[in-house]
Write a protein that binds this ligand. Structure first.
Ligand code: ZN
Ligand code: ZN
Length: 402
């Protein structure tokens, strides 16, 4: 049997190599935290635990960081706009080592206004921004955004609907709206180019919702399983991975992609998550039962073996994605019931280096957890209702004296 569930030994060796860091390295981690009610992003030095800046934006935002960590996008559905913040942390590959360059965070000159901006997907510096109220998706490059150039391409998505686009250079994968009622979930996915041509056959995906990248794969969640997208010669190719017949009734509609290990974690019922390794054959889907309903989950990019789930009883759980089991639980917040409206303020989870960070909007706090020992490690106060959060940073060399 293949797949990462059997990777234990190779994984240990990999982590030993990763631990051999050079002594002259500089470390920087920043947290970007949006507010549940106000138009602002608080930028926090995660190592010093202090606020660096408060960036005014137009309204409450969902936040997305790019793979490079150079940009955080603030998607503001109710305000009908997408803005972007240069994080001020950039890495440059110098071959045998990486350099880190740290400058002040700043709002960049991007004002993507449109009808109901929703799902945001970034792949290798290319961005697809979906607008639920429009029949065209917009595509742009992170480098253009950072340089203040507004080069935006669009592609038809047939009818306005709550869907998603995945960017692949001169192609994109886009959701296909329900032909009877575009207000319902999409029915499939299609590869298109920017001249309006379709490439290959439509891939059926009833109930399409949820998208994530991991390694060389991008996945879309359907009622029937996952669509897996691979790039072949610059053109995306779609295959279908059906849910295992051993799974109980259900499906995923939110996915996150593993970093460092190629897997996906998704919802599957209100009080479970599913771990998905497309290479594991009959063991591709494994369910992890939670004690109560799930509020939010995140993967650990530094310790790829772990993902974290916050449940409505205020506990943070560590999931060992190789063993497929809970590996520790820690009470962090007061209960945040999943009853009520989906847009109510509830905690969100991010990982910044050695710290897992959990927002606590009703207390105006960030809870810090030591990721190695899985122990509470302090709090950071944030004015207002800290809600969505992303972290960027890492270690690199700085050649100040060379
Ligand atoms: Zn260098
Ligand atoms: Zn959605």
């Amino acid at each position: 049997m293949n797949g990462l569930w059997k990777l234990g030994t190779a994984f240990a060796a990999l982590m030993a190599v990763a631990g051999g860091a050079a002594a002259e390295e500089k470390l920087a981690w920043r947290l970007f935290v949006s507010d549940h009610a106000a138009g602002k992003v608080t930028v926090i030095d995660a190592l010093a635990g202090r606020t660096l800046d408060t960036v005014p934006i137009k309204g409450p935002a969902s936040l997305y960081r790019t793979d490079s960590g150079r940009t955080v996008f603030a998607v503001q559905g109710p305000s009908g706009v997408v803005q972007a913040i240069s994080t001020g942390i950039a890495f440059e590959d110098h071959g045998d080592h990486g350099d880190i360059d740290v400058t002040a965070p700043r709002l960049v000159d991007l004002d993507l206004a449109g009808g109901k901006p929703a799902h945001f997907v970034e792949r290798r510096g290319r961005i697809a921004q979906w607008f639920d109220g429009e029949d065209r998706a917009r595509f742009l490059a992170e480098s253009d955004v950072l340089d203040g150039r507004s080069r935006v391409r669009t592609a038809s998505v047939f009818a306005a609907h709550h869907g998603v686009a995945v960017p692949y250079g001169d192609h994109a994968v886009v959701s296909i709206p329900n032909p009877e009622d575009a207000g319902k979930r999409p029915i499939g996915a299609r590869v298109i180019d920017f001249e309006g041509r379709q490439v290959g056959a439509d891939a059926p995906c009833p109930g399409l919702h949820g998208s994530a990248g991991s390694g060389d794969l991008h996945a879309l969640a359907c009622d029937t399983g996952l669509l897996l997208i691979r790039e072949q010669g610059g053109v995306p190719e779609i295959t279908h991975l059906p849910y295992a017949s051993s799974l109980p009734e259900g499906s995923s509609s939110t996915l996150i992609g593993g970093e460092g290990l190629r897997y996906f974690v998704g919802n599957y019922g209100a009080d479970r998550v599913v771990l998905i390794d497309p290479a594991a054959g009959a063991d591709a889907f494994r369910l992890v039962q939670l004690p109560t309903r799930r509020v939010h989950f995140a993967v650990d990019p530094i310790r790829p073996r772990f993902a974290y789930v916050l449940t409505e009883d205020g506990q943070l759980h560590r999931i060992d994605v190789i063993d497929g089991k809970l590996a520790g639980s820690l009470r962090l917040t007061e209960p945040y019931s999943m009853d009520g409206h989906s847009s109510d303020p509830r905690p969100r989870v991010a990982v910044a280096g050695d710290r897992i960070v959990v927002t606590d909007p009703l207390k105006g706090l960030l809870h810090l957890v030591d990721a190695e020992g899985f122990r509470a490690a302090g709090e950071i106060a944030v004015e207002g209702r800290p809600f969505n959060i992303v972290a960027v940073g890492g270690a690199g060399q700085s050649h100040a004296t060379e």
